[in-house]
Design a protein around this ligand. Sequence first.
Ligand code: HPA
Ligand code: ZN
Length: 331
Amino acid sequence: MSVALTEFVRSLPKAELHIHLEGSLEAEMLFRLAERNDVALPWPSADALRGAYRFDSLQSFLDLYYQGCRVLVREQDFYDVTRAYLARAHADGVVRAEAFLGPQSFTERGVPVGDILGGVLRAMDDARAEDGISAGLVVTAQRHRSEADAFTLLDSVSPWADRIAGFGLGGAEVGNPPSRFTRYFRELRQLGFKTTAHAGEEGPAAYVREAVELLQVDRIDHGIRALDDPNLVELLAASRIPLTVCPLSNVKLKAVSRLVDHPLPAMLAAGLTVTINSDDPAYFGGYVVDNYVQCAQAFGLSADALAALAANSIAASFLSDAEKDALGNVS
Ligand code: HPA
Ligand code: ZN
């Protein structure tokens, strides 16, 4: 891998907009937290756990990912995983991180929502103070659960409303279309929250259309399957709805067979507002800079193209225009 290319990508001020904090939990920390919290794991070692990172679908990944979530129990655990991700992101030249966390995995086991959000937000405050990185929490609902559960989640986090950057939708996509959450997203919009939803990762282009037309989201997470529907591509291009694309995730979960087969170049050629992100970096073999660098190598992206992708990411963030301008000036 070219050191110069990596250093160039690192030097670009960029936002990461699609990163699950639970998916940034590295195997060593996962084992440390399991010991600290007396949680039994089905793997004998961190190496054995890493050896299990072979997936053939989103669901095969989620099964392992939810196992890993069991080690996050106390406020300090949520602090530690968030602080470690933000330190790594800062080292990668990320000046703004909008990070997902799905409280339902934890509240169902009795973890108080105040401990979850408290730890994450305290780490975000410390990262801002110590490294100057701007961070926002995007609270995700799991789509395999009911819309009523999503409303319960919204109620439970409402005391922290002024600290929440937005709301998202994740989890098992196929069979759980965005239309199941129309009333929930309407409520989020009426409350003035920014929204985003995973759509078109494994699910069809029709799910992307539902996320745009029914949920009226501000961003689409993944969205690669949108290319199957040329009319939808035109709609996405005209409306400039940003897509948070995660190329290494798509390869690891077999949404595409090899990186060179990834639709990123076609998405750029179609005029879509594309950003590059890591999704679940501990599990998918790369942080955000690795995603940029491997795409640059696979597709021969120019320095200008890489800089445009980084600029897209800041423009697509949920910050105000004034806040974006201030970030763009960070060197
Ligand atoms: N898709 C849906 N849900 C998720 C993902 C993903 O890639 N990662 C963590 N939760
Ligand atoms: Zn994701």
